[in-house]
Design a protein around this ligand. Structure first.
Ligand code: MAN
Length: 352
């Protein structure tokens, strides 16, 4: 058997819901997942997705949302068995009176580490949902640094849909919020770590209803706010490990063979796994290679079972020389890490 490309940290999971205090005394932290990752002032930072809800009550389902008018967090509480409730298909969502809700409300929380292994979370959120366009929370933040600016792209969820929010900071204390830069339905947006041909580039993931699908696109922008030049670069592949949906991970990694992007793909049978795309360095609309098989799939117990089982999902990594450390959400419940040699990943991607 060939050696696996990724090695999991022995201390996985490195962060669990009980490691982070809730943002509200009446809530519990249900899931800790999908962190953005970055280096700052000699430390490794994670921007965790903290998913909360009121403590479970037998016979009831309840979820917090932010009131679009007052901006206050309120709780929707529905009795199980209510004929207008459909809550069985997916632990992440439910439908009530014909409207879809998330079962948890997510915010983004900073956690810091000296060694990239042991992290301490801050006690208060760094970024929370706001009315009107993230009243169901903010999720799955990608972080990239360009010229001392940390650019944060995240999923902004509301009853109006799932869009891409952009915020930025230079010091992790003061944030500038730019609002939604790509409207619904779109998520998994990662900005490239440098301009290409004088413009900013990003990966994003619209969801097609009917025609199209959950495919990966690229776009360009002169100012990070206005995106154009859209091109669809990767589609789901029937019968493959990424047959159902795909989406970009964190910012592409520049290598001498091109931009290396670690992305997630989902299949009905195997859940969410990770693979790689290699894009042309000067023209990221050109795909040079793509993983035929996943590089990393849910196998450890904490990846197979949890809030939503069979998931490894990444949107954050740290690169040091040839080594990439991928921080990932496992089973939508805990945060884990694994490392790989970038050369090792590239060697799995033959180009024509
Ligand atoms: C999907 C999943 C959830 C997420 C919602 C909204 O259902 O990715 O984890 O909360 O989309 O983004």
């Amino acid at each position: 058997m060939t050696k696996p490309v990724f090695q999991r940290f022995a201390s996985n999971p490195i962060l669990r819901p009980c490691d982070v205090p809730p943002s509200h005394p009446e809530f519990e932290v249900t899931c800790l997942l999908n962190p953005g990752a970055f280096r700052w002032q000699g430390k490794t930072g994670l921007l965790l997705r903290v998913a909360e809800r009121p403590r479970p009550e037998k016979g009831w389902i309840s979820t917090p949302t932010i009131d679009p008018d007052s901006g206050e967090t309120k709780v929707l509480r529905v009795r199980l068995g209510d004929p207008e409730l459909d809550a069985n298909a997916d632990s992440r969502v439910f439908t009530y009176r014909g409207r879809q809700y998330l079962t948890t409300l997510s915010h983004l929380r900073l956690a810091w580490s000296e060694d990239g292994v042991a992290f301490t979370a801050e006690t208060a959120p760094a970024l929370s949902g706001r009315a009107p366009l993230s009243t169901f929370g903010v999720e799955d933040c990608r972080v990239v640094e360009i010229d001392g600016r940390f650019l944060l792209t995240y999923t902004a969820v509301s009853e109006w849909g799932v869009g891409v929010g952009l915020s930025e900071t230079r010091d992790w204390r003061a944030f500038v919020h730019h609002g939604i830069v790509i409207p619904p339905h779109n998520k998994d947006c990662a900005i490239f770590p440098r301009r290409v041909g004088g413009e900013y580039w990003c990966l994003h993931r619209p969801s097609g209803l009917g025609l199209g699908g959950n495919f990966i696109w690229v776009a360009r922008s002169p100012d990070l706010l206005h995106w154009g030049g859209h091109a669809c670069i990767a589609q789901t592949r029937p019968g493959a490990w990424d047959e159902e949906r795909i989406g970009g991970g964190a910012a592409p990694i520049e290598t001498d063979r091109g931009w290396l992007e670690l992305y997630h793909g989902a299949s009905k049978k195997d859940g969410y796994s990770l693979g790689a795309l290699l894009l042309d360095r000067d023209d990221p609309t050109r795909v040079l290679a793509r993983s035929a098989e996943p590089l990393f799939r849910p196998e450890a117990p904490y990846e197979l079972t949890g809030f939503y089982g069979k998931v490894v999902f990444t949107n954050g990594h740290v690169v040091e020389g040839d080594r990439v450390t991928v921080y990932y959400g496992a089973a939508d419940e805990v945060v884990c890490a694994a490392t790989a040699s970038i050369r090792g990943i590239l060697s799995t991607l033959p180009t024509a």
